[in-house]
Design a protein around this ligand. Structure first.
Ligand SMILES: Nc1ncnc2c1ncn2[C@@H]1O[C@H](COP(=O)(O)OP(=O)(O)OP(=O)(O)O)[C@@H](O)[C@H]1O
Length: 678
């Protein structure tokens, strides 16, 4: 590279050896030039930068007759001085930091890190900093809506005629990406800012290293250190408290939803990923028997009370509460779960047992990485197809063998006799045979699946023919190998492959996760299902499911309520938030004004030729709708779907209802998926 640079320079005429003073024979600076040539020759191999320095020397140093050693000495001295200054600066900085400053370090494994970054991005003094990092922010529909409320929703809307030229007016969001403003956070390294008269220093660093334990091969770790001058750490603590308050302010009327992270993105402490944050669902919007609603609310309320853990501990009961919401699709199981999260101001952690990236081990770990109070939503556990067939077959086999062993235990004289002693059987259940030959179950013990497999396979006391046994073994091994193949397919991520369904999580795996020793205490577990009868008894036994709630198709009264809510012109914010007396929250955040919004349900661009309705009229018409809808035939979701298509016209909904009911009942009878009237 150096040689080519020399060639280029020669070609450009900058380094013309012919025009240069004679380096070897000239009187002026002969020794220096000789030295230069030697240096140049070696430098061209060593460093192009050094070569450049020497080239500059030739241009400037030689004409003025400067000794190269002087130049080198000056350069070396400058470098040493700069290095010394740098070292001294760091030494002094270290002393100042140690004795005159306070600092708090926050790791990105901790949620406060994200609260802090969000807060920092909103500090005007930091936003004017010269060193920032820009981050694209993906906003949810709700966050955008809030921003629009502040800025005026119409200000940025872009309309087109849809290319039809018929005077239609359609929204177009092609400018959306350009509109989104990035978030600015401190760049890696040191930055500083003023806040409330205090100068804070932010030192942000990122490290990538090989992950020896955990989920992925590489691990990134970020750390942020906030320091301030003075011997009191209080200003930094206040700053962090402020960051948390702002986070609370941003999220207090919202429910945050988490799901397991994609495998490759998982790290020890971030198994969960925030996937959405949406406004809390008001409990009043869930149409359900009010007694049932209050029973659940009261039960969870009691369970989440700070004194409850002590109560449970003093009685040796694990601090867990489980609920089973069962009923046909679209009857409000998920909606009720979200409404509960809103009432108690806790987040929801959703796990789908069909998620191919969640293995049994992951499931157990996910349950250990939950916050103090939260709702864990295990959706549609029936469709999860918990793996049981192998277990059941082995259990059955083991029982069979045990009974035979009891019946045919050979005596010393070779005669088979009925055993009388207690004997453990392969599935971990020890049974005491009764005099009449029947068995009585004793305390069942769970065994690992491996142990069960080896036991059931090694047992050869059965008197079935060898060929039968062989056949059965073959069948089982083929089942296992196909299961292994499935497992491979599952890990290769072939989702939705009907020929090879992914290996599901086993029932014992799920039970271990739910109430294993490491399982998190304090969470509220909600399982939803469309087919409660298909669930294993073990899954719904008290301790795992403490309360069951049945959801059903809408009654007339519920249809009336759904109708009324759809056309209600006025609605309330869900609840007032009251903070305890010792709350650190500022008064403005403690009691949230109950906002009443005058809401017109007619959307922009949508017109209704119906006359506005008084509240009394709406009540009447709602009752009328309730009386038209047949009892227990349609799910609330179906009714909601019908009304949504007529959201600006309650009277039209009444008129259309008869036709829709008739057509939908016919469709249901024909078990057709095609709607003729929507
Ligand atoms: N009881 C109800 N009260 C109010 N809205 C309801 C009710 N049931 C269903 N809905 C509406 O129907 C839609 C589907 O409801 P949701 O997802 O809660 O049903 P689900 O029982 O969980 O269904 P699935 O079993 O298919 O998961 C939601 O938009 C919800 O608003």
């Amino acid at each position: 590279m150096a040689a080519s640079m020399m060639n280029s320079l020669t070609k450009l005429g900058i380094l013309n050896h012919d025009k240069m003073p004679n380096m070897t024979t000239g009187t002026n600076g002969t020794a220096a030039a000789g030295l230069m040539d030697t240096l140049l020759a070696s430098a061209s191999q060593a460093s192009p930068v050094l070569q450049l320095v020497l080239f500059v020397y030739r241009l400037l140093g030689l004409p003025f007759g400067l000794d190269p050693s002087i130049l080198l000495t000056v350069a070396g001295t400058l470098w040493a001085a700069q290095y010394a200054i740098f070292q001294v600066y760091h030494y002094i900085e270290g002393i100042v930091e140690k004795h005159l400053m306070c600092s708090i370090t926050v790791n990105d494994n901790d949620s406060i890190y994200h609260h802090l970054m969000e807060w920092l991005s909103k500090q005007p003094s930091l936003n004017n900093n010269r060193y920032l990092m820009a981050q694209t922010v993906w906003k949810s529909a709700w966050e955008e809506d809030e921003e629009d409320d502040e800025n005026g929703v119409e200000s940025h809307l872009f309309w087109t005629d849809g290319g039809q030229g018929d005077g239609g007016k359609y929204l177009n969001f092609s400018n959306q990406a350009a509109r989104s403003v990035p978030r600015y956070v401190p760049a890696l390294g040191t930055t500083g800012f003023w806040h409330k008269g205090t100068r804070f220093r932010v030192y942000r660093r990122k490290e990538s290293f090989v992950n020896t334990s955990g989920w992925s091969a590489m691990k990134d770790q970020e750390e942020i250190k906030i320091s301030s001058f003075g011997r009191s750490i209080a200003p930094i603590k206040l700053l962090l408290a402020e960051a948390k308050i702002q986070y609370y302010h941003d999220t207090h009327q919202k429910t945050t939803i988490y799901r397991p992270r994609q495998k490759e993105q998982r790290r020890d402490y971030s198994m969960w990923q925030q996937v959405a944050r949406r406004p809390v669902r008001p409990m009043s919007t869930v149409v359900l028997d009010s007694e049932e609603k209050h029973n659940v609310l009261g039960d969870i309320n009691e369970y989440l009370h700070p004194r409850t853990p002590r109560w449970y501990a003093s009685r040796g009961i694990p601090l867990r509460r489980g609920y089973l919401f069962h009923g046909p699709p679209g009857t409000g199981k998920t909606s009720f779960s979200f409404a509960l999260a809103g009432v108690f101001g806790i987040d929801i952690y959703v796990i789908s047992l069909q998620d191919i990236s969640v293995t049994e081990e992951d499931l157990a770990t996910l349950f250990t990485r939950l916050p103090r109070r939260c709702i864990v939503l295990l959706e549609d556990i029936d469709t999860a197809g918990l793996r049981r067939d192998d277990d059941a077959e082995e259990e059955e086999e083991a029982k069979e063998k045990d009974i035979k062993a009891i019946e045919e235990k050979p005596t010393e004289n070779g005669v088979k006799e009925t055993a009388t002693s207690e004997k453990p059987i392969a599935n971990g259940t020890s049974e005491t045979p009764k005099v009449n030959g029947t068995t009585e179950k004793k305390k069942p013990k769970k065994k690992s699946k491996k142990a069960e497999e080896s036991e059931s396979e090694s047992d050869s006391s059965s008197d079935e023919s060898d060929s039968d046994r062989e056949k059965r073994k073959k069948k089982r091994s083929s089942k296992k190998s196909s299961s292994k193949k499935d497992s491979k397919k599952r890990s290769s991520g072939k989702k939705g492959d009907k020929l090879s369904p992914p290996e599901s999580i086993s029932l014992s795996g799920l039970l271990n996760a739910i109430d294993g020793v490491a399982s998190h205490e304090g969470r509220v577990l909600i399982m939803t299902t469309n087919k409660p009868e298909s669930l294993d008894e073990a899954l719904v036994r008290p301790g795992r499911v403490d309360m069951q709630v049945a959801f059903s198709h809408a009654s007339r009264q519920q249809a009336c309520e759904l109708f009324h809510r759809m056309y209600e012109a006025r609605w309330k914010q869900p609840h007032q938030i009251e903070a305890p007396n010792n709350s650190i929250l500022p008064a403005s955040l403690v009691t949230q004004e109950v906002k009443k919004q005058e809401g017109k349900l007619i959307l922009p661009g949508q017109t209704s030729d119906e006359k506005p309705m008084t509240p009394e009229e709406l009540k009447e018409i709602s009752k009328e709708f309730g009386s038209i809808i047949p009892e227990g035939v349609f799910s609330p979701a179906e009714i909601q779907g019908f009304l949504l298509k007529r959201k600006a016209s309650p009277r039209k909904a009444i008129t259309d209802a008869h036709g829709w009911i008739e057509a939908t009942i016919k469709q249901k009878e024909a078990k057709s998926k095609v709607s003729t009237v929507q």
